[in-house]
Design a protein around this ligand. Sequence first.
Ligand code: UD1
Length: 347
Amino acid sequence: MKVLITGGTGFIGSHTVVSLQEQGFEVVIVDNLSNSDSAVLNRIAKITGKESYFYCEDICNRDALKNIFSEHQDIVAVIHFAAFKAVGESVEQPLKYYHNNITGLVSLLEEMKSARIPNIIFSSSATVYGQPENLPATEDSPVLPATSPYGNTKQINEQILRDFLLVNQDLKGISLRYFNPIGAHPGGLIGELPIGTPNNLMPFITQTAIGKHAELKVFGNDYNTPDGTAIRDYIHVVDLAEAHVVAMNALLNNSLKENYSVFNLGTGNGFSVLEVIQSFEKTTGVKLPYRIVERRPGDVEQIYASTKLANEVLGWKAKYSLDDMTLSAWNWEKRLSEQHFSYDDKV
Ligand code: UD1
């Protein structure tokens, strides 16, 4: 069976392509390489022994989508990752985010409808919950007003998908709300490739440990948490990738009650920033220089997922521990820094 992956050379996309190919799916990737490298395609092929079809195209380009769907009439589903994701940049350039993220989904849905492709999985985020009043966050927790255009595009896109599927009952969709994806494929061939200075915790930790930054700034230790630092639900990207295959099978097997569903993807465990640092130091043996600074504006104090729905309905559960995540992220960073290992084997 053939699946179209938008953003398939990105961090989560590339790991999902690997999982899909390992489960016997054929994969067509559409990615404009705005935040990824075409060398990822060779890396995926090295891991799985399978080639992907690849189109360097923007998902806002309707003609390109039309052509791809007409060349691959056997596509049974789309997993839609392609989107901009930098919170700070979205505040500075809101229209860039609204255009790409929202127009992208709308054009994809319209082209899927005319090509009669019945299934879509959308990459959403736990950011839709803001700071939930009650933890763990369940799929029924209120969606709070977004604090950035990026967060708003996730909320709006979920709404677009819900509205679209309400009047297209022959089509089916799932929004997957990711908590904090980190880590890398265990073989060290694919992982996160942040452009410029990363904003997220894990890539900043590994880049600091390798010597690219003098120290990690820990944003606040006066939160109402056991050690005062903020708590998140970190999930191994390989677990997350496998959840997409499970969700895809649920759509293809018609095993869900409704034609639109939402699932949290997390481990259900919250870890503080200091606990992530401790895990990193323990698994890698590398001492991490860090300093406590002011809170980062817009950060929530703590959030972690209820994974009950994904466990019970999809039969999916995360397998990897925080130590697996920090160690695999470090192995990836080391591979990236090796002289002979660079992303120069472009296709
Ligand atoms: C962030 C975004 C969120 C987005 C997600 C995508 C913000 C406010 N939120 O989530 O909308 O969906 O990334 O991956 O940007 N931390 C440090 N020092 C650092 C970096 C982070 O102490 O240099 C702390 C943060 O304060 C936070 C935790 O580490 O408590 C995790 O941060 P991060 O990886 O940026 O993820 P989120 O803030 O949860």
